[in-house]
Design a binder for this molecule. Structure first.
Ligand code: MN
Length: 234
């Protein structure tokens, strides 16, 4: 039996709707640009192939339904941005998956926010430096409970995805505006890494990203999947 030099921390885990069991998180992958209007607002081209970055697994913040979860405004930024995203959680994995195999690997879906230190990201982009500190910081992946998959895709391809900041709608799109489908995204990701049970994939954000200030509240949702509420403390 392995004897660890110290007790390893328990794996990060997220809630699953309707059960006491939780979903242990192995890795978090994120897609850079997956909605044409957002790709354009970030100065890109909607024909670019998808690209990926990651967050540490313990960046997840569980956001139970009906509760507003508070997190501290992160350090090292004065331009914290929200990005609401559909999150796919994997029940199985593999490499070089087809889009059909990728979709079949999905355990369930959740609503997530890809919190971003935009000022750092813009600085890194300008210098050609890695994005890790702009994207993969503590508490940067708030997430709703997972809804177990009951069909081959997220419930209804036209499902509305939205985000409000202090009650004002800031992002409002539909999942069928994605450039790359969930299955295609998982397939592309599996060319770069061997995917496995417990992986989360943030599938990109629609247009309308912007700053959230200290003491403001974010609410986000996807029809048929859930909602979450998050308060950014001063
Ligand atoms: Mn994002």
């Amino acid at each position: 039996m392995t004897q660890f030099a110290f007790t390893p921390p328990p794996p990060p885990a997220i809630a699953i709707d309707g059960t006491e069991a939780v979903f242990p998180v192995r890795r978090i992958y994120c897609v850079g640009r997956n909605y044409a209007a957002h790709a354009r607002e970030m100065g890109g081209d909607d024909r670019d192939p998808p690209f990926f970055f990651s967050k540490p697994a313990d960046a997840v913040v569980n956001c139970p339904p009906g509760q507003t979860v508070a997190i501290a405004y992160p350090g090292a930024t004065s331009d914290l941005h929200y990005e609401v995203e559909l999150v796919a959680a994997l029940a199985s994995g593999g490499r070089d998956l087809t889009p059909e195999q990728g979709l079949a690997a999905v355990f369930g879906y959740a609503v997530g926010i890809d919190l971003t230190r935009r000022d750092l990201q813009n600085g890194f982009k300008a210098k050609g430096q890695p994005w890790d500190a702009a994207k993969g910081f503590d508490f940067s992946a708030p997430i709703s409970p997972l809804v177990a998959r009951t069909q081959s895709g997220p419930s209804g391809l036209g499902a509305r995805i939205w985000l409000k900041c202090d009650g004002a709608i800031r992002q409002d799109s539909r999942l069928d505006s994605m450039i790359w489908s969930v299955g295609e995204t998982i397939a592309q990701c599996s060319r770069l890494w061997t995917l496995a049970t417990g992986d989360l994939i943030f599938t990109g954000t629609p247009e309308g990203v912007g700053p959230v200030l200290r003491s403001q509240t974010l609410e986000a949702g996807i029809d048929g999947i859930g909602t979450l509420a998050l308060r950014i403390e001063g």
